[in-house]
Design a protein around this ligand. Structure first.
Ligand SMILES: [Zn+2]
Length: 152
């Protein structure tokens, strides 16, 4: 099987093996399910870690849930634009979820958001403009460069 330069998204674990990027459901306070959290997970040891770029938003989300969260599940992709793109790629299947496809999807989403941004600006809709700005920030600060371990 050849990969033609297409690599899945992974990083090196402390144990030396590869951690793969997956979307996982996280249960907060034993109650609230947060679905589709991007997590690097190691197949050989039990190590796992949340994708750095979404950590802050996840913390914010958990802080807003407070100490007594209700029980209905949260879709993390509804809270973060980057997660929404990853979700879209991952729902095409794990084989599809590689650096090249994610980068193409990110670029497409950024272009869509820029179009929306111009529209919102031209309508002088401040609330909408601010919302799109926030979504753009979540997505444009992300780079897959660090996870291209095969692509040298
Ligand atoms: Zn490991």
């Amino acid at each position: 099987m050849t990969f033609n330069g297409v690599v899945s998204v992974h990083k090196r674990c402390q144990c030396g093996n590869e951690m793969k990027l997956l979307l996982r459901t996280v249960v907060y306070a034993g109650k609230t399910e947060i679905a589709n959290v991007p997590i690097f997970s190691c197949g050989s040891c039990s190590q796992s870690e949340v994708l750095y770029d979404v950590k802050r938003d996840l913390k914010e989300l958990i802080a807003n849930l407070g100490s007594n969260p209700d029980e209905h599940p949260i879709r993390f992709e509804d809270c973060n634009e980057l997660v929404d793109v990853l979700y879209e790629v991952f729902t095409q299947g794990l084989a599809y979820a590689n650096v090249r496809n994610i980068e193409a999807m990110l670029e497409e989403r950024i272009n869509q958001l820029l179009d929306l941004y111009l529209l919102a600006r031209s309508l002088s809709d401040r609330h909408w403009t601010a919302e799109i700005e926030k979504r753009l920030t979540q997505i444009t600060s992300f780079s897959l460069h660090a996870y291209r371990s095969n692509a040298k």
